[in-house]
Design a protein. Structure first.
Length: 293
């Protein structure tokens, strides 16, 4: 199943439902003050794709030609959901590496398939079961959600087939750039829109796709783990220590934030008490700011 992204006025309410289906994520359309080569803003027909913010483009999250140690044939796609990488295999032991986000549906397929269909700015249609069980959310999209920045499939989609049938496994774009490199609660295999557009030009219909098993991933990439921020990193002593330190820093930052909020709340109530304003009528700072505006 594919996770729908609704028009903006209903987006927040829809995303609060934990039981929604996958192959999409909340779009967070972001402008950026800086650019990284290859990830600039793109005008694709009438649609403007924002640049990817540099803060999401750590070195291994950038598209790059790298040495490839697998035995897969040139001209094939290899997906590694454990290290969260996708490779376009080239001749002479080289490959183009892309960073990916992996959702629940992205971990449901292993082995071999092929690209049976490709689409630019693909549309999305809820299944009959989704419409039947949640007509309040999906009925209006029974005719399909057109392609665009609100659509969870992004700028391009590659549909994986096996034995002539659609496996429901997709490699597609996303506007939620912050999700790339993470394991998410929903979705298939998502790339930055700029990256999936690059892959789309390389891979034609019939392209062989291999999704590695965990054993294959460990043999070729080494063991991986999630860091404190949910990003896949090599499981090394240094990264294990860094995760512990980062988690401690996060806990401290959250505790400091709670303490600051509690202090501010106590100060607010004390000021109101001094002015003989009941606690339930005591204005909050944001309400005072809004009134002043």
């Amino acid at each position: 199943m594919i996770f729908v992204i609704f028009t903006l006025p209903r987006l927040v309410a829809v995303l609060a439902l934990s039981a929604l289906a996958a192959c999409g994520a909340k779009p967070q359309i972001e402008q950026t003050p800086g650019v990284v080569a290859g990830y600039e803003a793109v005008d694709d027909g009438t649609i403007h794709i924002p640049a990817v913010q540099p803060k999401y483009l750590m070195e291994d999250h950038r598209r790059a030609e790298v040495a490839y140690n697998g035995d897969d044939a040139p001209g094939s796609i290899v997906v590694d959901v454990y290290s969260r990488k996708l490779y376009w295999v080239m001749p002479d032991g080289r490959a183009v590496r892309y960073a990916i986000a992996v959702g629940r549906e992205g971990t449901s397929f292993r082995g071999n398939g092929y690209i049976g269909r490709k689409a630019e700015w693909p549309s999305w249609t809820p299944t009959a079961n989704m419409i039947r069980t949640r007509p309040d959310l999906y009925a209006e999209y029974a005719g399909g959600l057109p392609g665009g920045l609100e659509n969870p499939l992004g700028s391009r989609a590659l549909y994986l087939y096996r034995g002539g049938r659609d496996t429901m496994f997709r490699i597609h774009g996303t506007i939620d750039n912050a999700s790339v490199g993470l394991a998410t609660s929903a979705g298939c295999i998502r790339l930055y829109n700029q990256d999936v557009m690059d892959l789309y030009t390389r891979a034609g219909n019939g392209t062989h796709v291999k999704v590695r098993s965990e054993a294959e991933s460990v043999a070729l990439e080494g063991p991986y783990m999630d860091d404190a921020f949910g990003r896949a990193v090599p499981e090394t002593e240094a990264n294990i220590a860094k995760k512990a330190a980062d988690e401690a820093a996060i806990v401290k930052a959250e505790a400091d934030a709670r303490a600051a909020a509690e202090k501010a709340e106590a100060k607010r109530l004390k000021q109101c008490k001094r002015k003989k304003i009941a606690a339930e009528d005591c204005p909050r700072p944001e309400a005072e700011t809004a009134a002043a505006g």
